[in-house]
Ligand binder design. Sequence first.
Ligand code: EPU
Length: 419
Amino acid sequence: MSNPSYRITGGKALHGRVRIGGSKNGADYAIAAALLTADDVVLHNVPDILDVRQMGEILAHLGGKVERFGPSSVRINCAGVAAWDVPASMVVRLRASFLVMGPLLARFGRASCPPPGGDAIGIRPLDVHLAGFRVLGADVTQSGDIFDVHKEGPLRAGRVVLDYPSVMGTLNVMLAATLADGETTIINAASEPEIADLATMLNAMGARISGAGTHTVRIDGVRELHGCEHRIIADRLEAGTFALAAAITGGEVELEEAVPEHLDALIWKMSEAGAEVETTDAGLRVRGRSGYRAVNAQALPYPGLATDLQPQLAAFLTQATGTSTIHERVFDNRLLYVTELRKMGADVLATGQTAIITGPTKLRGVPVRALDVRAGSACVLAALVAEGTTEISDVHHLDRAHEELDGKLRALGASIERT
Ligand code: EPU
């Protein structure tokens, strides 16, 4: 694989408008859901990024057809699905790959998949998914590294209590239960907006789901699902990253299509720090300034502050006066960015799951690595205000989640090139 990098020369305030693309994770979930029907599923606002392409390749491996058309649309047909196993080579980089399990189990009664890869951000167990499949009547076995799920006849509905409100655990059970016999209830479900968006899509396919987006989801099983056309919601994590980019540079940026209510926790913290964030007809406008205040924050399941935004918030807080703390409560290894920000001169320490950031510090351009997608975004934000040129290597991690990150930043006035 090529190893692209970004060269960013700091010191330019960002100004203008940027269009926020469709949700990376939401698109992956919708592509997996297309496995539930033999009809065409047409998705709009699908970002053209590595993760989404890889999810499409997994469906194609199983026998589905996935075709991109227009600026951001995808047509999927899973009438020809004739395989139920996903090889390790396809899942190693893509966490969302494990989401094919629920739909395959529901429609074909079997599925097998090795533990998925994804960012090295902590222990990422699957017990919540597997316990849910068992409640729905499936046999779950593990041979070597491969998980197999199997059920003769339709799944049976049940009451599934999640030990932890896992996002993909909730989704896998919800997807499987759409075709189960009877009404399934998921207690302690995750409530992320992408879950509600997927339920909207599934209901358009004929499913009967209520409560998605809250901690109790009810799924009244139906015999079969049909095709649909669905538009993926805006990526709240891309929006949050651009909001912080505008703020850290002291610029003013309007985020078109951002959904403010998906970003409440971030907006709250940014406002506490002194940034001006307001809702507009098009989305959200962020007006930065100098002289931010330190704040304390915790990354939590939604509607708390997204763990996927805490590294970027930490980069922003290097420019705030005083000592900020950010406590990561979702994953157990998500402070990797600390070493990279320190190389740039940031006064930031990791103790346990807490980052302690004292500012403001003058950051300087040095070589750093994008250790995972969000750690890489934190480096980009820091580089935008660093003195001199920062070279960020391993930006293939950023390509997984960001469509045209360098192009969008350049259009806002940043000095960034891809090498
Ligand atoms: N967990 C369990 N048991 C399980 C599953 C999860 O204990 O069976 C724990 C994990 O150990 C972790 C916590 O639950 O501590 C959260 O994990 P969750 O299952 O909610 O995360 P995920 O579904 O694997 C998705 C996104 C992540 C995002 C998290 C949290 C995808 C592909 N990934 O992961 O996105 O951080 O939800 O919102 O949708 C990213 O986009 O950069 C990213 C990592």
